[in-house]
Design a protein around this ligand. Structure first.
Ligand code: 5GP
Length: 211
């Protein structure tokens, strides 16, 4: 299959503080035909709600280290200073083979690495509406201790302070329906950019008998 626009598929990075609702917005992007997810590898333990291979490939530290040695990651990082997370290069290869736009849900450190390796990639940052709302969302999950929530809030502050360095777009997730439309609109607009439509234009001109 060739890409609809006959150019390399998009590489879309989505990041945001934990509690910003980025996973829901990634699902909104993946509802668009012509997209595919990247499945990260992680050394963090699987939560009871997670099936292996769906959200993540859960692997051991040893396996992760071996993949690093073999150069199998497009990017990798330690998140929250604890567990390792990485994007296998195979998803990029798969995306190029199938022509599907690739969606990576990764943290700011990973985004910096992908932007360096693939400057044409596009990064979207998801902002929570306020600090208070972020804290409320983290608490309502009932999953973290006070100490962990304080850590996540401090990290959110650092990520928000940094985001201007690497991100092309910013979506405020105060209303999930609107934010969902916004992330989909970003992808649609990128697909319609003149640079990506050049092949189409040339074909059309050829059908007119050339320039
Ligand atoms: P969680 O453990 O809550 O699923 O994810 C923690 C953080 O790790 C999130 O910010 C998530 O975006 C990030 N993350 C998930 N997969 C990757 C990856 O492959 N690479 C990097 N750099 N970060 C990731």
């Amino acid at each position: 299959m060739t890409a609809p626009n006959e150019v390399a598929p998009l590489v879309l990075i989505v990041s945001g503080p934990s509690g910003s609702g980025k996973s829901t917005l990634v699902q909104k992007i993946l509802e668009l035909p012509g997209t595919m997810p990247s499945v990260s590898c992680t050394t963090r333990p699987r939560r009871t709600t997670e099936a292996s291979g769906k959200c993540y490939d859960f692997i051991t530290d040893k396996e992760f280290g071996a993949m690093v040695q073999r150069g199998e990651f497009l990017e990798y990082a330690q998140v929250f200073g604890k567990h390792s997370y990485g994007t296998p290069k195979k998803w990029l290869e798969e995306s190029r083979k199938t022509g599907l736009d690739l969606v990576l849900e990764i943290d700011v450190q990973g985004a910096a690495q992908v932007k360096q390796k693939l400057p044409e990639s596009v990064a979207i940052f998801i902002l929570p509406p306020s600090r208070e709302e972020l804290e409320r969302r983290l608490r309502s999950r009932g999953q973290d201790s006070d100490e962990e929530i304080a850590r996540r809030l401090a990290r959110a502050r650092d990520e928000i302070a940094e985001f201007g360095k690497y991100y092309d777009y910013c979506v405020v997730n105060d209303d999930v329906a609107r934010a969902g439309l916004e992330v989909q609109a970003i992808v649609t607009a990128l697909r319609c950019s003149s640079a990506r439509r050049r092949g189409r234009v040339e074909k059309l001109l050829a059908s007119f008998g050339g320039k």
